[in-house]
Design a protein around this ligand. Structure first.
Ligand code: TYM
Length: 327
């Protein structure tokens, strides 16, 4: 059976990009693979956080995984810091990572902006991500397009480790969706939808109520051509709406373009909003039930146990291969 690993940061609120690019795609994988899904709280610490908020967002994200359909009987759901193998494994991998390759990571360049005050944690962030994945000997890593470069580094590090110290790691494959791997901001379709955006019109949050979702779609930035066609470069706003609509309803982009050919942008915006509202309604209801049931902590405890078992084995092999004396 194949192994799947993926993670999401418990920062800000989860948005439609996280849902389409990642969370929604995790659920069917449970049918065919042994899955490990993680709330990567250590990654969240790479920029300053309010401790109370981090704690509540960590539990909230676990609740959202469950509300979206993660089945704790089949998959392990856990918090990264509950498995110390991640930090230890990351240290060992840092010792074969080059400063140059971390300096080329575009997310670091975007977030750190070349500033001297960017933290060392932010710089070495992709190594912790590599440890997350490699410790589970994952075959597949479902992510959005923005994580592609981090996955390439993960594969390079696995290959380098295997060459220096002998075969320990499986080389993982990224799994990036064909549609919706890069959902753009509603208020600026040239940029990806992002948790760290200043404006609330940037993103649809998974817990937004229907009125707010409709309002945000109505205000979505488009273009002045007034013709519905798919062209990500010249019509990023309309193409983004078509992508979202397509993923929400399962109707292909081509068929949508055909159907909306003679209609105005307003129609497409309202119908896309409606499709999103319908998709998120059951998730929002389940989220409320899950958070009230008190089951989150139990699921996380069980998930961490399984995660420690699997990752602990790989960590021992790394330690041995590198010449650390066994305990
Ligand atoms: P994070 O928390 O920023 O995002 C979680 C997932 O959502 C995807 N995503 C998007 N997909 C489509 N359109 C968007 N606008 C969009 N924005 C975000 C991301 O690609 C991601 O799949 N470094 C990771 C977390 C991580 C991880 C891992 C992922 C840590 N360790 C190991 C996989 C495996 C991150 O910050 O994702």
């Amino acid at each position: 059976m194949k192994r799947v690993f993926s993670g999401m940061q418990p920062t800000g609120d989860l948005h439609l990009g996280n849902y389409i690019g990642a969370l929604k795609r995790f659920i069917p994988l449970q049918e065919e693979a042994e899955c490990f899904f993680c709330v990567v709280d250590l990654h969240a610490l790479t920029v300053p956080r309010d401790p109370e908020e981090l704690r509540s967002k960590t539990l909230e994200l676990a609740g959202l995984y469950l509300a979206a359909g993660l089945d704790p009987e089949r998959s392990a759901l856990f918090v990264q810091s509950h498995n110390p193998a991640h930090s230890e494994g990351a240290w060992l991998l840092q010792c074969i990572t080059r400063m140059g390759e971390l300096g080329r990571m575009t997310q670091f360049k975007d977030k750190g902006k070349g500033s001297d005050s960017a933290t060392a944690g932010l710089f070495s962030y992709p190594v912790l991500m590599a440890a997350d994945i490699l410790l589970y000997q994952a075959d597949l890593v479902p992510v959005g397009e923005d994580q592609k470069q981090h996955l390439e580094l993960t594969r390079d590090l696995a290959d380098r480790f295997n060459r220096i110290y002998g075969e320990v790691f499986k080389i993982p494959e990224p799994q990036i969706g064909e549609t919706g791997a890069r959902i753009m901001a509603l208020d600026n379709p040239e940029k990806k939808m992002s948790k760290s955006a200043d404006s609330s019109l940037n993103s649809i949050q998974l817990l937004d109520d229907p009125d707010l979702i409709l309002k945000k779609f109505k205000r979505a930035v488009t273009d002045s051509e007034n013709r519905i066609r798919y062209d990500r470069e010249n019509k990023p706003g309309i193409s983004n709406l078509l992508d979202i609509h397509s993923v929400m309803t399962g109707e292909s982009v081509d068929s949508l373009v055909e159907r909306y050919r003679d209609k105005g942008y307003g129609h497409l915006k309202i119908d896309t909003a409606e499709a999103v509202i319908q998709e998120l309604k059951p998730l929002q209801e389940r989220f409320r039930d899950v958070m009230e049931s008190g089951e989150v902590q139990r699921v996380l405890a069980r998930g961490a146990e399984r995660a420690r078992e699997v990752a602990g084995e790989t960590l021992s092999r790394m330690q041995q291969a590198m010449g650390l004396v066994s305990k």
